[in-house]
Write a protein that binds this ligand. Structure first.
Ligand SMILES: [Zn+2]
Length: 319
C-alpha cells in the first residue's frame, strides 16, 4: 500500500469568469507528490510542470501566489502525459492524501476534460490532511492554511510554499504528526463521479455516522420527494428512527431533520443537494448522533425560517 500525498497548482482564465471555458475553469499547471510508507517516511517524489493548452497566460491573482512564469510552463509536458505518468508512479494500490478537498476533484475534472477519467474510477476515497489536522489540533470544523499548520507544529520551512512539490512535502510532514486511528476513522469521499443510477447509489457506515449518496435527478424538486433520500435510519442499528423535526430547508442546498432511535439516541440528518457539471442533481445525506443543544438550535432555526416565509407571504398579499 502506498500513501500518495499530492498537491496541484492550477491556473484560471486570465480574461475572467465570463469568457472562461466552463468545462475547465481551473487548468492544472503543476503536479507534485511524495510517496509515504506505513511508517510515514517519504520514500519517493514526483514532479511535473504542465504546458497549458486552454489558458494562454497566467491569471494575475494566481501569479501573485504561485511563483511560476508562463515561459517556465512551456518547458512542461502535456496534462495527459503528466496525469498518466502520475498514476503510473502511484502504482496499483494506493490512498490519496491532500491538503483540503479541492485537489482530488480538480484532478478528476481535468482528466475528464481530456477524456481520460476512466483511468481514475470514482467515487474516490481519500484523506483530507487539512480536515484531519483540524480534528486533531482544533475544533474539527475550522480549516487553516498549510503554512499555519507548519508553524504551529514547528516544522522546519525548507522550501517556499505554494509550489506543488513543496506543499506535498509539507502535507506529508503534517501527516507524520497525526494519529493513525484518527486518520483511519475519517476518510473523505469525493463524489465528483457521482452515482448515476439507483444501483450505483452509495451507502457507507463510518464508526459514528452514515453516509448516503443518491442517484441523479433531472429535476431538483424531485429529490426531497424520494423515500430513500429522506429516510432516517439509526447509524448503529439501521432501524427507522422516528422523526422529531421533519426535514426543513435551511437554504436551497441544505436540509436538516432530527429523529430518535429509542435504543441509540437522537440523530441529526443533513442533506446537501449538489449539481453536476451536466446540470443534474443528487443528494448527499449524513446521519449522525446529536445532543439536545443542537436539536433546540435546529428547532429554533426551523421556526425562524417558517416565520420569515409567512412575513414574506403576507407582504406579497398586501402588494
Ligand atoms: Zn438504533
Amino acid at each position: 500500500m502506498n500513501y500518495i500525498v499530492f498537491d496541484l497548482e492550477w491556473n484560471q482564465n486570465p480574461g475572467g469568469k465570463k469568457t472562461r471555458n466552463e468545462k475547465l475553469p481551473f487548468e492544472i499547471i503543476e503536479i507534485g507528490a511524495v510517496k509515504v510508507n506505513t511508517k510515514k517516511e517519504i520514500t519517493d517524489s514526483f514532479h511535473r510542470l504542465i504546458r497549458p493548452q486552454v489558458y494562454n497566460w497566467i491569471h494575475d491573482s494566481i501569479h501573485e501566489v504561485i511563483h511560476v512564469d508562463y515561459k517556465d510552463l512551456m518547458d512542461g509536458v502535456s496534462f495527459e502525459q503528466a496525469a498518466r505518468e502520475f498514476l503510473e508512479w502511484c502504482g496499483t494500490d494506493w490512498y490519496f492524501f491532500t491538503w483540503g478537498n479541492q485537489d482530488v476533484m480538480e484532478l478528476q475534472r481535468n482528466m475528464k476534460f481530456y477524456g481520460m477519467l476512466d483511468m481514475l474510477p470514482g467515487p474516490v476515497t481519500y484523506y483530507d490532511v487539512q480536515k484531519l489536522y483540524s480534528i486533531t489540533y482544533d475544533d474539527g470544523i475550522r480549516r487553516c492554511a498549510l503554512e499555519h499548520a507548519i508553524d504551529e507544529l514547528q516544522i522546519e520551512k525548507k522550501y517556499g510554499f505554494h509550489r506543488a512539490l513543496a506543499d506535498a512535502y509539507y502535507t506529508a510532514e503534517v501527516l507524520k504528526k497525526l494519529n493513525n486511528v484518527i486518520i483511519v476513522n475519517h476518510p473523505s469521499l469525493d463524489v465528483y463521479q457521482n452515482p448515476k443510477k439507483k444501483k450505483d447509489e452509495i451507502h457507507i457506515s463510518y464508526p459514528d455516522y452514515d453516509k448516503y449518496v443518491s442517484r441523479e435527478f433531472a429535476v431538483r424538486e424531485k429529490i426531497m420527494k424520494d423515500r430513500e433520500v429522506t429516510s432516517t435510519r439509526c447509524p448503529i442499528c439501521h432501524k427507522p428512527a422516528k422523526r422529531k423535526i421533519r426535514w426543513f430547508m435551511n437554504n436551497p442546498k441544505v436540509y436538516y431533520s432530527v429523529s430518535t432511535c429509542e435504543e441509540h439516541g437522537v440523530i441529526r440528518g443533513k442533506i446537501r443537494i449538489r449539481k453536476t457539471d451536466e446540470e443534474k442533481y443528487f443528494a448527499i445525506k449524513t446521519l449522525r448522533f446529536t445532543d439536545t443543544e443542537e436539536t433546540e438550535e435546529l428547532r429554533e432555526r426551523k421556526e425562524l425560517l417558517r416565520h420569515k416565509r409567512q412575513l414574506k407571504r403576507s407582504a406579497e398579499k398586501e402588494i
